[in-house]
Design a protein around this ligand. Structure first.
Ligand SMILES: Cc1cc2nc3c(=O)[nH]c(=O)nc-3n(C[C@H](O)[C@H](O)[C@H](O)COP(=O)(O)OP(=O)(O)OC[C@H]3O[C@@H](n4cnc5c(N)ncnc54)[C@H](O)[C@@H]3O)c2cc1C
Length: 327
């Protein structure tokens, strides 16, 4: 049987592995994180819970719609019917278009947990080296120990990291060099009481914050008032090496300013820096997966198709199809 490794157990890696498994193959998925999910993660700080990465997802593609339908039927995903607005100088305005937004239940990481079921997923395992020879791929971990030998490889790392792992020789290197992935500081706030805001999520204008959301308004979450704030890429870049405490102070102050609320004490405060959060739109034609035919390597992930969960899913699926159709 063809030996296949998938690097990354985010939505792209898991979509690839599931498609390969459904064709009868037995891919091995490696992820450096403690659990699957990547940027669709949930942080629990009882009694609060926060989706500190991806907030929700939308559905356009017919195949992805079918998968989401099955997640919904299983109770792993559900629509989020919160009131989403734009917010500027404490004034909330309705959005021009109605959008159906889905979330994982009980947290965004439920999607990956579901997708990882019945797959061989090895967490806490960073692929530190990937060497190609006539025999195929030889992967090694941080301690230099072998992670195995494989005939085909699907890589779903952020492009800057893929470039480090595969080097400038990879066929897709010229494109990955041009990929830009924006960073994002996220702030997680848990309050003893409901904040007096009549919306559940807001795209912020004229602010260091791009997005704020009442996570506890999503289906299946604990009832305790939980807010997630995301800083803009520009603000994050300017404060990339700032301390967590400094970021908390500055972005919480901005939260009070933009909402117009009186300052209050939070029961829980934390911040998380995503160094690679949101890919910029692709410069050039969009291809769902970028392949290196000679080395039998497919690069997938949201960055190939301009970001977002649906894009990551479709990209991972395309990488698997590339392998199944002869890569
Ligand atoms: C703050 C933020 C907000 C977002 N908001 C939204 C939103 O509202 N809606 C939406 O649709 N999308 C949103 N996104 C984007 C969405 O999260 C991504 O598009 C999607 O999760 C990408 O999936 P992926 O599998 O391509 O990458 P990832 O989820 O990043 O998965 C890559 C995986 O590779 C692993 N990895 C990396 N290097 C190695 C290595 N050397 N060895 C082993 N494993 C490795 C990582 O641990 C990770 O699990 C947001 C993202 C962030 C960070």
């Amino acid at each position: 049987m063809t030996r296949i490794a998938v690097i990354g157990a985010g939505i792209a890696g898991l979509a690839a592995a599931r498609e390969l498994a459904s064709a009868g193959l037995q891919p091995v998925v490696f992820d450096k994180g403690r659990g699957p999910g990547g940027r669709t993660s949930t942080r629990r700080a009882p009694p609060f819970a926060f989706d500190h990465g991806a907030q929700y997802f939308t559905v356009r593609d017919a195949h992805f719609a079918q998968v989401v339908q099955s997640w919904w039927a299983e109770g792993v995903a559900a629509p989020w019917n919160g009131r989403i607005v734009t917010l500027e100088h404490a004034r909330a305005r309705e959005l021009a278009e109605a959008t159906l937004r889905f979330v994982g239940v009980p947290g965004m990481n439920a999607l990956a947990t579901r997708m990882a079921k019945e797959l061989d997923v090895r967490c806490n395992t960073r692929v530190a080296r990937a060497d190609f020879s006539a025999q195929g791929w030889r992967l090694a971990g941080d301690d230099g120990a072998s992670l195995g030998e494989f005939d085909r490889l699907v890589a779903t790392l952020p492009h800057p990291q893929a470039l480090e792992l595969f080097g400038a020789d990879a066929a897709f290197a010229p494109r990955t060099t041009r990929s830009v992935v924006h960073p994002c500081w996220a702030v997680l706030l848990g309050a003893a009481q409901r904040l007096e805001l009549d919306f559940d999520g807001a795209f912020c204008a004229d602010s260091a914050l791009s997005w704020i959301a009442r996570d506890s308004s999503k289906p299946g979450r604990p009832p305790h008032e939980a807010w997630v704030l995301h800083a803009t890429p520009e603000w994050t870049r300017a404060h990339l090496e700032a301390s967590r405490e400094a970021v908390l102070e500055l972005l919480t102050a901005e939260f009070w300013r933009i909402t117009g609320l009186r300052e209050q004490r939070f029961e829980h405060r934390d911040a998380h820096r995503w160094r690679y959060a949101l890919p910029a739109p692709i410069d050039g034609p969009v291809e769902a997966t970028w392949v290196d035919v000679e080395r039998r390597l497919a690069l997938a992930g949201d960055a190939c198709v301009g970001g977002r969960i649906e894009g990551a899913f479709l990209s991972g699926h395309a990488a698997a199809r590339a392998i199944l159709t002869g890569l």
